[in-house]
Structures are given as structure tokens and as C-alpha cells.
Design a protein around this ligand. Structure first.
Ligand code: LMR
Length: 348
């Protein structure tokens, strides 16, 4: 080796040493594209609300945690705002395997699991704590069995909040004020009964079509949570809101059972643990958002809000009471029936 070759050899060795040293000191950044497609588990998770809602934020948090914990082996693709499917389409698409997790309002599963309509019973829950106790207790477990019988897996129940009534015609304070108005509802016989009992009409419409339908005057009113009324700017079309807290709106986080069982055990455990963590976070977030966004709605100049007094609530409860009898006689499950019967006693 002559002198020039020795110098070149030493230069190359120095560069090589520098590269190896740098690589060992720099923390490994995850490059998802470097994980081979066969190794990567992709979970498509569409939903219908905006990103800045309890469901939207929780889906995003689930994605971020899962991708970080799995080192890029699991990718969660979240599609908010019905950008992939509307709420009724997503239930079909889950079974076809085109998507892997969905989070529809509990009522939207009522065709498949009629018992799910217990969440729609007017004034069933007095506060969020009662909902969480139900979700984490024997009724939640029973619902899990019903989902499994139909080939699904119920992964969690997330909150949105309590429902309020909005409409474009007049303040609604007493049950008689509903008479003759037409409301947009989600697919639940219990909710259809609720409106029928106070002399109002109702029909089912997907969430992504709601704003336009209200704008075109196809419905005079609807019921929804503070978060959805705020996020979808429904208050720009609905001049009157009654803070009635008459019903609850939550979500079933659901996957296809066969798909879920096909995931390797340790990955599945990581996903389930992450969902538990996100569910706790989602519950606190939903309560906080409901308070903050109600304060925002109160500042909207175009919206007139009436908060029901406790006397007014009593007469709403009495008017809706028959929805309980209809629900109880329509289902066949003792665990759920007993729960509803117990709660019914405090509804006049
Ligand atoms: C609705 O259709 O009004 C709600 O279910 C939307 C949602 O997912 O909160």
C-alpha cells in the first residue's frame, strides 16, 4: 500500500466509525414505511362527528398511543366527519371487513341489538357516573355477550353527554309545546316513542345529512348533545334550545369478533389496555367539554336557551313514562330488564 492509499483507507475508516457512532447515539425514530406491509396491522376507524368532540379526540388519542406503543407495527387510520362512511354505512362496512373499529351512537345498533335502546330511555340516568357504573357493571357485561352472539366485540362504551332539544319554531318548555313539530331522530323505537308521546312527528336521518336537512326546513327540530350542537353549528339554524338533559348519548366502540380474535395475543392486549386508558380519559374529557361548550352556546346571540326547572322536568318525565313500558315488554333479557325496572321507579 502506498502513502496515498493508506491516507484514503484511514479517511474511509474514520467516516465509517463516525456513521456507526452517530447511529448508536441517535434515538431510533419510527419510520412506518420501513415496516413491511405484511407485518403492519392497519385499523381503519371512521366516525361521524367532528375532530374537536369527545369521540373525535378520543379516536385521535387512541391512534397516537397505539402507534407509539406498537413501534409502527399497528397503524390506526381515523376518518372523522363521515369522510369515509355515514353512520349506518359504517355498521355494514365493519362486517364486510373494510373497516375495523367503529364508534356509533348506541341507538344506531338497535336493529341488531334491540336491548341497546335502554340508553335512549328518557331520564334513565341522572348523571354520567350512573352511565359509567352501568357500562362497567353487569349490564355492560351482558351487552358484551349480546354483541358476541351477533359476531361483534364490544370494546368499550364512550360518552358524549346528555341530549338537549333544539328547534326553529318556538321555545319548548312543557310537553304540550312539542305538539305538531317534526324532529330528526336516530334509529331507535324508544326515541320514536318519546316524540310520539308528546304529539310530535319524527323520522330517522343520518348525522352527515342533518345540517342540510335543517337548513332546507325538512325538520323543525332535533335532539343532540351540547358538543354536537356546537361543533356542527346547529345553533345557526335552530333558534331555540331547551336544556332538558332528557336523554343520554354514548357510543359503542365495536369491532368484528373474528377480526379481533385473529390479532396476535400480545398486540390485542396492548390494544385493549390502550382502549381502557383512552376510555378513562374520554369520560373526563366529555364531561369537561360539555360544560365548556355549553358556556359557549350561552354566548351565541342567535340562540335562545331555556333551562328546564325541576318542576318542568317532572312533567317531561311523566309524559315520557310509557316509553319504559314499551321497552320493557319488547325485550327478553332479565339482567337488562331488572336494571331498567329499578331505575323506572324514580321516573314518575
Ligand atoms: C347523531 O346522529 O346525532 C349522533 O349519533 C352523532 C354522533 O355520533 O354523536
Amino acid at each position: 500500500m502506498n502513502r496515498i492509499s493508506i491516507i484514503r483507507f484511514l479517511q474511509l475508516a474514520a467516516i465509517l466509525f463516525f456513521i456507526i457512532f452517530e447511529a448508536s447515539c441517535t434515538p431510533r425514530t419510527i419510520d412506518y414505511d420501513q415496516v413491511s406491509p405484511e407485518e403492519k396491522l392497519i385499523i381503519r376507524f371512521p366516525h361521524v362527528t367532528g375532530e374537536n368532540t369527545p369521540k373525535g379526540l378520543a379516536a385521535k388519542r387512541f391512534k397516537e398511543l397505539v402507534e407509539a406503543k406498537s413501534g409502527g407495527k399497528v397503524e390506526v387510520q381515523v376518518f372523522p366527519n363521515s369522510s369515509l362512511y355515514s353512520d349506518y354505512e359504517e355498521i355494514d362496512q365493519l362486517k364486510k371487513g373494510h373497516i375495523q373499529i367503529i364508534a356509533p351512537q348506541t341507538a344506531k345498533f338497535s336493529n341488531i341489538i334491540p336491548e341497546a335502546q335502554l340508553f335512549d330511555l328518557p331520564y334513565l340516568f341522572q348523571n354520567n357516573k350512573e352511565v359509567w357504573e352501568l357500562a362497567d357493571g353487569p349490564v355492560g357485561k351482558e351487552l358484551g355477550h349480546l354483541f358476541e352472539k351477533k359476531g361483534y366485540k364490544l370494546l368499550a362504551i364512550w360518552d358524549n353527554g346528555f341530549k338537549q332539544i333544539t328547534n326553529s319554531k318556538k321555545p319548548i318548555k312543557k310537553p304540550a309545546d312539542f305538539f305538531g313539530l317534526n324532529f330528526r331522530i336516530v334509529s331507535s323505537q324508544v326515541i320514536a316513542n318519546q316524540f310520539e308521546l308528546v304529539g310530535a312527528d319524527s323520522s330517522v336521518l343520518a348525522f352527515n345529512e342533518l345540517y342540510q336537512a335543517l337548513e332546507q326546513g325538512k325538520f323543525q327540530g332535533e335532539e343532540n348533545t351540547v358538543s354536537n350542537i356546537n361543533n356542527k353549528k346547529l345553533y345557526t339554524l335552530q333558534k331555540y334550545m331547551t336544556k332538558s338533559d332528557h336523554g343520554y348519548l354514548g357510543y359503542f366502540i365495536v369491532t368484528d369478533k373474528k377480526f379481533w380474535d385473529s390479532i396476535p395475543r400480545d398486540t390485542r392486549k396492548m390494544l385493549e389496555d390502550t382502549l381502557t386508558e383512552v376510555t378513562d380519559w374520554e369520560r373526563t374529557t366529555a364531561v369537561q367539554m360539555e360544560q365548556d361548550q355549553y358556556a359557549q352556546l350561552q354566548k351565541q346571540p342567535e340562540l335562545t336557551i331555556h333551562e328546564l326547572t325541576s318542576e318542568e322536568k317532572k312533567s317531561w318525565k311523566a309524559s315520557f313514562h310509557d316509553a319504559y313500558n314499551a321497552y320493557i315488554s319488547s325485550i327478553n333479557n332479565n339482567v337488562i330488564k331488572d336494571y331498567v325496572k329499578k331505575k323506572e321507579q324514580r321516573v314518575p
